[in-house]
Ligand binder design. Structure first.
Ligand code: GDP
Length: 444
């Protein structure tokens, strides 16, 4: 995961000061030396580091900490607040034009992930915000770019506007907006051309598109893995074109995090979204506070809940909850639930969002065995409908057949049956608790 080194170092430093009943200036100085090194090693811009260290030091030896009853914890609170502030403070919203469609220009260097991100953003706009975007293929230079966007459009079942590679990008953008109005699209996402480096021709063309379309947002897509280069690219695009926000891609990789922590401070433009993988649902709104929380090992439960809300069908969740309460939960329901949890993303990434997960022994490097989950799915799929509804009828003969059918062993079938029994027992207890007036929760 991104930030791993930084997170480890900062958390170790914080650990030392956490329980202190008294924090001296010398303590703060020691801590800040370590924080400074951790940030520099994470490739954070040195000017940004300097100003960050200064702010945290001043606040940490100030009244708010020294006078508090828990100075150690207070210092950590200061670090978290300043880290949040560094990344932009509040989460910034995406613009909505007074008269639709809202036009978004996607810009960036080749390979940053611009085309993929255009597809991901369209997907997010539809899924989470209920919008109807039109994708526009205006990168006429990279040979495969138009095709790539068309393929993404097909996967998403979304229209892509293209006029081939013989019409100028400005003309394409113009006609696309007309088309969007005709077909009542409320967002237009223009995938513009990239280059290997920032150059005059590129900027000239982007400025022309900007002038003609008067976009509500210009999102610069940068690759977080490129560290300080990403910051330089952002600065240069911003100076020449004036971007409204940045989308950081590849934050799922092992980037040290410098770009995420410096871009806002250097360009004064907010990071709006973060790309967390190659799949089309791997784009998250960027929340500075939640990111600071993740870096400091405090987890990110809110993102987890949102992931569940976006990916889990609410109606089905209610139905499942009802079944749990009435104890009619079957293997069919279990299978469906597994599928829903899986759709939230790789399980080890999900576990990392839990507070303190990296400090719990055995959880920090947990490799959730996706293969084992596939085995569970295969076992359930090898059961007859009757067996799924009434697992108590599964005799040893039936177990043998199920194991053979699913390519697993009798032991695995036994284990699953036992776990399912235990799960039902737990549900019974939980539903007892709920009937005593407890609030309803999600079914997992
Ligand atoms: P473009 O030249 O800027 O349009 O870049 P592409 O959209 O073609 O992306 C370049 C490569 O980066 C592709 O292989 C993408 O799958 C990959 N990519 C894009 N965003 C992400 C991300 O958030 N995480 C990861 N791991 N890969 C990404």
């Amino acid at each position: 995961m991104a930030f791993e080194g930084l997170a480890d170092r900062l958390q170790n430093t914080m650990q030392k000061i956490r329980g202190k009943g008294k924090v001296t200036e010398a303590d703060v100085k020691d801590m800040m030396r370590e924080v400074r090194l951790a940030l520099l090693e994470a490739d954070v811009n040195f000017k940004v580091v300097k100003s960050f260290v200064k702010k945290v030091s001043e606040r940490s030896v100030g009244q708010e900490v020294m006078k508090s009853l828990t100075p150690g914890q207070q210092v950590i609170k200061v670090v978290k607040e300043e880290l949040t502030d560094l990344m932009g403070g509040e989460q910034s919203q995406i613009a909505v034009a007074k008269r639709p469609p809202t036009v978004i220009m996607m810009v960036g260097l080749q390979g940053a992930g611009k085309t993929t991100t255009t597809g991901k953003l369209a997907n997010l706009l539809r899924k989470r915000y209920n919008r109807k975007p039109l994708l526009v293929a205006a990168d006429i230079y990279r040979p495969a770019a138009i095709k790539q966007l068309e393929t993404l459009g097909k996967q998403l079942n979304m229209p892509v506007f293209s006029l081939g590679d013989q019409v100028s990008p400005v003309e394409i953008a113009k006609q696309a907006i007309e088309k969007a109005k005709e077909d009542h699209h409320d967002y237009v996402l223009i995938d513009t051309a990239g280059r290997l480096h920032v150059d005059e021709n590129l900027m000239g063309e982007l400025k022309d598109i900007k002038e003609l379309t008067n976009p509500d947002e210009i999102f610069l897509v940068v690759d977080a893995m490129t560290g300080q280069d990403a910051v330089n690219v952002a600065q240069s695009f911003n100076e020449q074109l004036g971007v409204t926000g940045v989308i950081l891609t590849k934050l799922d990789g092992d980037t040290r995090g410098g770009a995420a922590l410096s871009i806002r401070a250097v360009t004064e433009k907010p990071i709006k979204f973060a790309g967390m993988g190659e799949k089309l649902d791997a784009l998250e709104p960027f929340h500075p506070e939640r990111m600071a929380s993740r870096i400091l090992g405090m987890g990110d439960v809110l993102t987890l809940i949102e992931k569940a809300q976006t990916n889990v069908d609410e109606e089905k969740a209610k139905e499942l909850e009802q079944k749990m309460r009435t104890m009619s939960f079957t293997f069919d329901d279990f299978l469906e639930q597994l599928g829903q949890v899986r759709s939230m993303g790789p399980l080890d990434e999900i576990i990392k969002m839990l507070p303190g997960a990296n400090k719990i022994k055995g959880l920090s490097n947990v490799q959730v065995d996706e293969k084992q989950i596939s085995h569970i799915e295969a076992i359930i799929q090898s059961m007859t409908s009757e067996e799924k509804q009434h697992p108590e009828i599964i005799s040893s003969g039936r177990k043998k057949r199920i194991a053979r059918g699913s390519g697993t062993s009798i032991q695995e079938v036994n284990r699953l049956l036992k776990q399912f029994e235990e799960m039902k027992k737990m549900m019974k207890q939980m539903s007892g608790m709920q009937q005593k007036g407890k609030k309803k929760g999600m079914p997992f």
